[in-house]
Design a protein around this ligand. Structure first.
Ligand code: M1P
Length: 238
């Protein structure tokens, strides 16, 4: 048997947007004959916003908040709790105050999720157009990469990865997406595991999971740029 594992934003859906209907229909049909999991930095609420129920219910399991929560058939299987250091929170506040970004800033810039923090200088409660504007600016300003590199030096006890388009994911060491590899292998000791992600490169938030899987036998990593490439790889039928 093969176990298929998918990142969500940028892999099965556009960033923070619902899965496209035509893709959902094909993917759902494929799910009926394949064992599949989600592995995302987003929390379960965002998964419910972006994926239709019939897709969610057809996954064997959903690892959310970087694998700090596992849900299967609507039931939470486990969760890892975490209380961030006050020094870390103060440093995030300072990055928000001192940003070089000149556009508008929005609320919910430190989102505490189960087992992790998601930090966005812009603020998560921004209109979609503002998200696109910040993401375009960050591509040349590299603010998120700069902040992530500095945080890694100052707080080595945390795993810090540049998330989707506007944010940075922070977990205690060992509690990032990489933890999902061992959990899957424990349940499926002999099966092939294939992981699809749009940020499997160094610094990306799929990298730790990709690396952890590469260290195991019988695994494959598929770097994709979005649902079209997933559909092509899986040869999804219309
Ligand atoms: O799933 C990828 C990322 O999606 C969101 O990122 P952003 O809002 O920056 O596009 C966040 O939920 C992030 O935690 C997650 O890793």
């Amino acid at each position: 048997m093969t176990i298929y594992v998918f990142d969500m934003d940028g892999t099965l859906t556009p960033a923070r947007l619902p899965m496209e209907k035509a893709f959902a229909a094909k993917f759902h049909q494929w799910q009926q004959t394949h064992k599949s999991f989600i592995a995302t930095g987003s929390d379960y609420l965002k998964v419910e916003e972006q994926l239709p129920d019939f897709i969610i219910n057809s996954f064997t399991g959903l690892f959310t908040s970087m694998g700090n929560v596992l849900t299967a058939q609507g039931q939470q299987i486990y969760q890892n709790n975490f209380k961030p250091d006050l020094e870390l929170l103060a440093r995030l506040e300072a990055y928000r105050q001192n940003t070089a970004y000149t556009g508008g800033l929005y609320p919910n810039y430190i989102e505490e999720r189960i087992g992790m923090i998601n930090f966005s200088v812009l603020g998560r409660d921004c209109p979609y157009a503002e998200r696109e504007k910040y993401a375009a600016w960050d591509k040349t300003a590299h603010e998120r990469e700069t902040i992530a590199a500095a945080l890694r030096k100052e707080f080595p006890q945390y795993e810090i990865s540049v998330g989707g388009s506007i944010s940075i994911d922070i977990t205690p060491q060992g509690c990032g997406k990489g933890q999902i590899a061992a959990k899957l292998r424990q349940h499926y000791p002999d099966d092939k595991i294939i992981f699809f992600g749009d940020k499997t490169f160094a610094g990306g938030n799929d990298f730790e999971l990709a690396e952890a899987l590469r260290r195991l036998d019988n695994t494959e990593i598929v770097q994709v740029s979005g649902p079209d490439e997933v559909a092509a790889y899986l040869q999804l039928q219309a």
